[in-house]
Write a protein that binds this ligand. Sequence first.
Ligand SMILES: Cc1cc2nc3c(=O)[nH]c(=O)nc-3n(C[C@H](O)[C@H](O)[C@H](O)COP(=O)(O)OP(=O)(O)OC[C@H]3O[C@@H](n4cnc5c(N)ncnc54)[C@H](O)[C@@H]3O)c2cc1C
Ligand code: SF4
Ligand code: SF4
Length: 1003
Amino acid sequence: MRHVDTLRFATLRDEWMTNLDNRPSVDTGALALRLKREITGDVWFDAFNRGRYATDASFYQIMPAGVVVPRSMDEALRTLAIARDDGRSVTPRGGGTSQCGQTVNDGIVVDFSKHLNRLLSLDAANATCVVEPGIVLDDLNRQLKPHGLWFPVDISTASRATIGGMAGNNSCGGRSLRYGTMRDNTLSIDAALADGQLLHFGQVLGNVSRDEAASGDHGAKLFRDMLALGEREANEINDRFPKVQRRVGGYNLDALTPRNAPNNMAHLLVGSEGTLAFTTKVELKLWPVIRNKVLGVCHFGDFYQAMDATQHLVKLKPIAVELVDRTMIALGRDIAMFEPVISAAVRGDPDAILVVEFAEEDQNENLRRLKQLGELMADLGFGWDQPKAKWGGVIEIADPALQAGIADFRAAGLNVMMSMKQDGKPVSFVEDCAVPLPHLADYTERLNRIFAKHGTSGTMYAHAAEGCLHVRPVLNLKLEKDVRAMRAIAEETFAMVREYKGSHSGEHGDGIVRSEFHEAMFGAEIVAAFKEVKRRFDPDGVLNPGKIVDPPKMDDRTLFRYAPGYRAAELKTRLDWSAYSGASGGFQGAIEMCNNNGACRKLEGGVMCPSYRVTRDEEHVTRGRANTLRLAISGQLGPDALTADETIDALKLCVSCKACRHECPTGVDMAKMKIEVLAARAEKHGLSLRDRLISYLPRYAALASRFSSVANWRNNSAVLRKLFERLCGISARRTLPEWRRDVFDPEFETVGPADGSEVVLFADTFNRNFERENLDAALHVLVKGGYRVHLPKPVGAGRPLCCGRTFLSVGLVDQAHAELDRLVATFAPFAARGVPIVGLEPSCLLTLRDELLSLRSDDDARRISAHALLFEEFLVREAESGRLQLPLQPIAKEALVHGHCHQKSFGAFDAVTQVLRLIPDLAVETVQSSCCGMAGAFGYGSDTYDVSMQMAEASLLPAVRQADADTLVVADGTSCRHQIKDGAGREVLHVARVLAMSLDRGV
Ligand SMILES: Cc1cc2nc3c(=O)[nH]c(=O)nc-3n(C[C@H](O)[C@H](O)[C@H](O)COP(=O)(O)OP(=O)(O)OC[C@H]3O[C@@H](n4cnc5c(N)ncnc54)[C@H](O)[C@@H]3O)c2cc1C
Ligand code: SF4
Ligand code: SF4
């Protein structure tokens, strides 16, 4: 077998350059064949899939030789054996959210997250469970909740981080003061060594294993050797391991030292970053869920004073003390949804706040501690009437809603910080150093001086109680000078941390960023012991080499995502990307906004990313798509990769829901990028028949409605359905919307009282042709409300107005432009007079708020965009201002509402429920749904029908089926209504019709 060692890294630069023209650097053909023969899960050796696994949330990029997504643990172990036989290294992977480069390597990457993610057993009485390593933390906690239990290592990436990855990195949550780190909550681990041998890592007694070791039991021998190493190095470990709770660097040799209790061998594996063994099962310690808590928001007029006070505040035994600094508070104040939270929780203009959380079972005890907190602050000399340095005090927060608001605010503040659009970005490399609390104030002050010396700065936030602050200086790692600054900052910071006897890695681990500094932090003897451990477990360096021991240099630019030579092609773009930097008018910068943090891999809550929730494939998540585009525009996937089939495949299941634009922490707007890529593809390869049929619908709609009975033949004939499927890829299992002759085509251009407030009603193609009842109802409601409604005929006559969405959906940007030009010419005079432009179909109306401005930046377009409102948004605005008087009457007891993705993405969904609540006695419930799965034409495709239905079945259709027959099912999207009707057989109403019914009931 070939020895796999760090020399490999020396060849990586060459490999990277080779990747640029997509030639495999080493022959992997035989290995690929064997894996494909023996593994039923996915086995990928193509450049696109390898590229999607070449990055994690660090700034590194290493192309793996191949990727395997095993279906069973047996297959995972088989992959290990096959790769080992072939002389390849193997890197296990969970969510790939590591910040230090732990999860990237050049061998075979094994993805545990897709199939190996079960809760295997739960012992609720003893509060323990056993899980497979690929289970996501939030998913586990959802399953534990009914038992009153949770796994409390509540890391920020809980929505996508896996237990295997958390154990790999010894992750720590915000409440580690009470619950400790991953190591403290891991009872045992079952794992395979590099040679395939399966061992149980749990408690062992220091003196028992001697006989077993002699008996030839490999596990006992290994444990015995490890304990001997611990005994031998006990003094050095005691001297050199920092005495802070947040120490996750290096191997946990301190777990091996002699003690009056059993040693837990699993604790050596925790934090070993996939370098010692392949975890197959983890036994976890569980805790009762938190039922009661209170927050004390401590204010400080001076940042240094806040840091200095922390050591005193922790004496009251809170479960968390989280720092939010001046910059984050300012960012939060600028976000409309958080402004009220900050107004309620933050007084005056503090330099920093410390959010102190008490969470004892007894709420009276929490309130007592909150009172003590106020007294302590006073004892420390802080008061609202004190001058700046000692200005401060406590705002008490017992209201759970406000507590949740503060938690959300902290997360959003970080998101805004990470969403800088310039090339310089906050970079993680000293972002989790931990120092003892008495030094925290001096540490932060000196850290700011180091940043300033190197021409940068960084915002500080997070875990003050543990002395572990997240701080990321802003640097542009495409520039050599900034890379040099990064190295200098790292060296100076780590030297300072060492001086304070702190830890250079207090949360995120070692990876490539920090491993080379182990010798400086722990000393040569400890590093030699780390190597001994690695050799004993994995003598041939098969498992994730180059991490923790024998690392490359952290500033080796050949290992960077933006390596020397990285360059993006100049492309002809159609949309406006000028908010971003880089090639193609900023298209490059927009793509590079993805920092791989993996938030798009969440499985519940919000909408992003509906396709991933069904397939669980990296290819079908926003991150995978953004990485594909980045590699394509920078030539790393071969020539013309942007328009290649593989790129189109990666975008195929993107339903253009726009959720990522809103929910991705850095605002990656994949729906907009998809338009750009499809435009390039259409120009190069033309359009399919299906795309033509879909996109040109607004142009042939008039003809089709005139001959509606012929146009509807296809729906009523099984033969025609099959033929359609074969000819143009529209699923035979779908009904198409029914054409009708009585389309919405009013004679009049204005209706309603002459002195009424003016409003334009935009009749979109879908409601006009297929569901005119919605437009009739909207008109009825508006006129009844006393509005003067304009239905302007297109300037220059011709076909009805259209927003161009169907053209955008297939990349026909010029045609969409032409449609929008007609619409702008028609609506501009109204917008200039300040008349609201109201529409019913979310995707059409919101095109005016979104894509219109990517195509036109003139005053007319801007004014129309600013005045475009969804029907319900308009009514809510009018109701709030007291102008809306509708004699609404009770119609039903309950309404169940599904929100269109674009409504949610634009924060417009609440208006639907608000307007429905104007109806007397109507209880309004929303379905916690992601995308309905129909998404324009997506659900009609024969190749996407199944995924479409799976998206709908995730939560929407079951919720609708459960609703009783009298419940009104409400959805504003044409596609959503169609999907619900197809999938659950229920009639669904646009909100305009519900309001009209309620008005008519009063007649
Ligand atoms: C925005 C952001 C916020 C974060 N916040 C926190 C935080 O609050 N606290 C914190 O501790 N971390 C945090 N992290 C870091 C990261 O999310 C955590 O370390 C997380 O636990 C990694 O989980 P994962 O599933 O993504 O693991 P991966 O990144 O996939 O893997 C992590 C390590 O575990 C190894 N591994 C994975 N599976 C196995 C297996 N089956 N057997 C053996 N080894 C395995 C991998 O090889 C790798 O070395 C954050 C990261 C980001 C991007
Ligand atoms: S697309 Fe957004 S959410 Fe997904 S990994 Fe990239 S930055 Fe994170
Ligand atoms: S637009 Fe929707 S489907 Fe497409 S990547 Fe973004 S979240 Fe996923």
